[in-house]
Design a protein around this ligand. Structure first.
Ligand SMILES: *Cc1c(COP(=O)(O)O)cnc(C)c1O
Length: 377
């Protein structure tokens, strides 16, 4: 059976990049690797739409989330953390762990943060040091209006920190134009790589705070990372084989064109949402992201059982719900090395699985609705 990895990370990796990963391990303190490191760093800046410094860490995305807390905040600093799902909650936990005061702005799961609510919180508390938001809240499939929030935060002394781990590469993110001071990205979501690398961009406004804050991080110390990068190096051994493979994946993104990549994800997500409605199901997110679609399964149907059948009978791996959504939703990724037929296939497989589980689903309705969107009808 053919396996289709359609989870919203890790995501499937294109064969060109896999071949790169099959090559022998090489040493990192070489002229050749320095050239690769610098080329990849520039390539990431293109994808992030930034002229800010960009760093590559050997860790999953959370490592760079941690770096954006431990380097930026001094103990006692106030951090406004937008919490509308599992990943937003992580911001609050990280802030508290590093001795900052987390001011949690709770957003109902499935809804997006209101820029006006952030504006009000900042007005109420002018010494908030940083605002932490999530571009695509992968636990709920919600997209955040980072552009609008950026306008609000730019007028204050606070830094805007964005978890773009699953969003960047799948949906528009214009770091500089939108005033994002720290942007966190992970390798295994839309950047066409396996897990293992995290990326972080740092603006001049963020550097001013970082330089004043006590130096508390060691492995994730941004000042050390900046010094090393000035010498075309990293402070510690980088996952150099992954960095070399990233050069391939960035080439693929560049060849397709970033706008075309965003449009492809938008089209696939729109087709999936249309299919969900035609199948008489519901899209969980009120403001859906294009990186994934969270689908609410009918009352009485165990989403975990449906997910198991999708995987076992049809080779389609999707994610389930987290915490209070466990057993209620499935999350279909639009990330990574996927094509139109993977998505149509997943929709067809979901119709089959629901029918097998006794749901009165009109067979073919989801596929037809998706096809219409893909045709532009
Ligand atoms: C996947 C994900 C994370 C966690 O990243 P890890 O690579 O598992 O550390 C954080 N935030 C969002 C939005 C994600 O999608």
């Amino acid at each position: 059976m053919k396996e289709r990895l359609m989870t919203p990370g890790p995501a499937d990796v294109p064969p060109e990049t896999l071949l790169e990963l099959a090559k022998p391990v090489f040493h990192h303190r070489t002229k050749e690797f320095r050239a690769i490191l610098m080329a990849v760093t520039e390539g990431l800046k293109d994808v992030f739409r930034t002229k800010n410094d960009v760093f590559i860490f050997t860790s999953s995305g959370t490592g760079a989330m941690e770096a954006s807390v431990s380097n930026l905040l001094a103990p006692g600093d106030k951090a406004l953390c937008v919490r509308g799902g599992k990943f937003g909650e992580r911001w609050g936990e990280l802030a508290e762990r590093f001795g900052a005061k987390a001011i949690n702005l709770d957003v109902e799961w499935g809804r997006a943060a209101e820029p006006a609510a952030i504006e009000a919180a900042l007005a109420k508390d002018p010494d908030i040091a940083a605002v932490y938001v999530t571009l695509c809240e992968t636990s709920t499939g919600v997209a955040t209006d980072v552009e609008a929030i950026g306008k609000v935060v730019a007028k204050t002394n606070a830094c805007l920190v964005v978890d773009g781990i699953s969003g960047v590469g799948a949906m528009p993110m214009k770091t500089d134009a939108w005033g994002v001071d720290l942007l966190v990205v992970g390798s295994q979501k839309a950047l066409l790589l396996p897990p293992g690398l995290a990326f972080l961009s740092v603006s001049p406004k963020a550097w001013a705070r970082i330089e004043k804050a006590p130096r508390r991080a060691y492995y994730f110390d941004l000042i050390a990372a900046r010094e090393a990068l000035a010498d075309e190096d990293t402070p510690y051994t980088p996952a150099n084989t992954l960095v070399a493979a990233l050069r391939k994946s960035l080439d693929l993104l560049r060849k397709e064109g970033l706008e075309a990549v965003w449009a492809r994800h938008a089209r696939t997500a729109a087709a999936t949402r249309a299919a969900v409605v035609a199948m008489r199901l519901r899209v969980y997110a009120a403001a859906p992201a294009d990186a994934l679609t969270a689908v609410v399964l009918p009352e009485g149907i165990d989403a975990e059982a449906a997910r198991g059948l999708l995987r076992k009978k049809y080779g389609v791996a999707v994610a389930g719900g987290q915490e209070k959504l466990k057993g209620k939703i499935i999350r279909i990724g639009h990330l990574g090395y996927l094509d139109t037929l993977d998505t149509l296939g997943a929709i067809a497989a979901l119709e089959l699985v629901l029918a097998e589980m006794g749901v009165n689903v009109p067979l073919g309705a989801g596929v037809a609705a998706a096809q219409k969107v893909l045709l532009g009808k």
